[in-house]
Design a protein around this ligand. Structure first.
Ligand code: AMP
Length: 273
């Protein structure tokens, strides 16, 4: 596995390549969710590139940028064992300069849900993803459906900027007890981790209601809120795949999304129906 740390070096490395390239951008502290993205990239492409970059511009003041988990050695091992060809590990100084052109998230879709609780977060996400896609120039880029709003906004950016990369959404990987894997789960105490199971339980409850032909969004949301209590709820929302609020769940076109705070940790999860 080749390790590259600057954009110029990476561009140079692939200058004459005409192989298909699958790209998995991450912030490190890799877990089975990231590994699944890498495996998907491995299946469909001749070359796989993973980036690890804790992007400062997507963290708001007071968020966990400084204490975001960093596990460089373990991450390198995981990438090597997962068959990654190139690991891109840039420093912030090689990605950003003082006077920046940046991408703004759309006014509506970028500032609801997680974008409402973290205003400006998606400006940072879209800007860094644009930069990384331009550096790596992949055939396909892989993102988790767990970050549904992020995936939706990146797909929209790629479409609206007429970019040629294919964006692939990958299903959420969970622990055996239902908790969605996240690098932030390590912040949870044993008790909080137990409390966090309410999130997947609330989503399972929604799925069960659908099997009972209950499709009214408000009825489902109310029941989910009861399941989540007493956690601090940022939102429980039912949207179609264009991220518009819908009164009734439309099968094969809906996403149910949750964001809660468990202790001091903000967790998101969702199901795609
Ligand atoms: P992160 O390192 O948290 O920025 O995540 C990097 C990529 O991995 C993003 O596209 C995430 O959506 C994806 N991802 C994170 N957790 C999971 C998971 N549990 N299952 C599938 N993909 C995930």
């Amino acid at each position: 596995m080749k390790i590259i740390s600057t954009p110029i070096e990476l561009k140079e490395y692939f200058k004459n390549s005409n192989k298909t390239l699958g790209f998995v951008p991450t912030m490190g502290a890799l877990h089975e969710g990231h590994i699944t993205l890498i495996k998907e990239a491995r299946k469909a492409n001749e070359i796989v590139v993973v980036s690890i970059f804790v992007n400062p511009t997507q963290f708001l003041k007071g968020e966990d940028l400084d204490k975001y988990p960093r596990k460089d050695d373990a991450d390198k091992k995981i990438c090597e064992l997962s068959g990654v060809d190139v690991l891109f590990l840039p420093e912030a100084a090689s990605i950003y300069s003082d006077d920046e052109v940046s991408i703004l998230a759309p006014k509506v879709r970028g500032f609801v849900l997680e974008g409402f609780s973290r205003p400006g977060h998606f400006n940072g996400v879209l800007t860094v993803v644009m930069k990384l896609l331009n550096i790596v120039n992949p055939t396909r880029a892989y993102f988790g459906k767990k970050d549904a709003q992020q995936l939706n906004l990146i797909s929209l950016m790629v479409k609206q900027f007429f970019m040629s990369v294919e964006v692939i959404g990958v299903d959420t990987v969970r622990e055996n007890d239902g908790l969605a894997l996240s690098s932030r789960n390590i912040y949870l105490t044993v008790k909080e981790r137990q409390e966090a199971l309410k999130i997947s339980a609330s989503l399972q409850c929604a799925a069960k209601m659908l099997t009972q032909k209950i499709v009214n969004s408000q009825v489902i949301i109310q029941k989910m809120r009861e399941h989540l209590a007493p956690l601090e709820i940022f939102y429980v929302e039912i949207l179609n795949r264009d991220f518009e609020i819908i009164k009734e769940v439309e099968l094969a076109n809906s996403i149910i999304l949750v964001e809660v705070k468990v202790g001091k940790t903000r967790l998101i999860d969702n199901i795609w129906l």
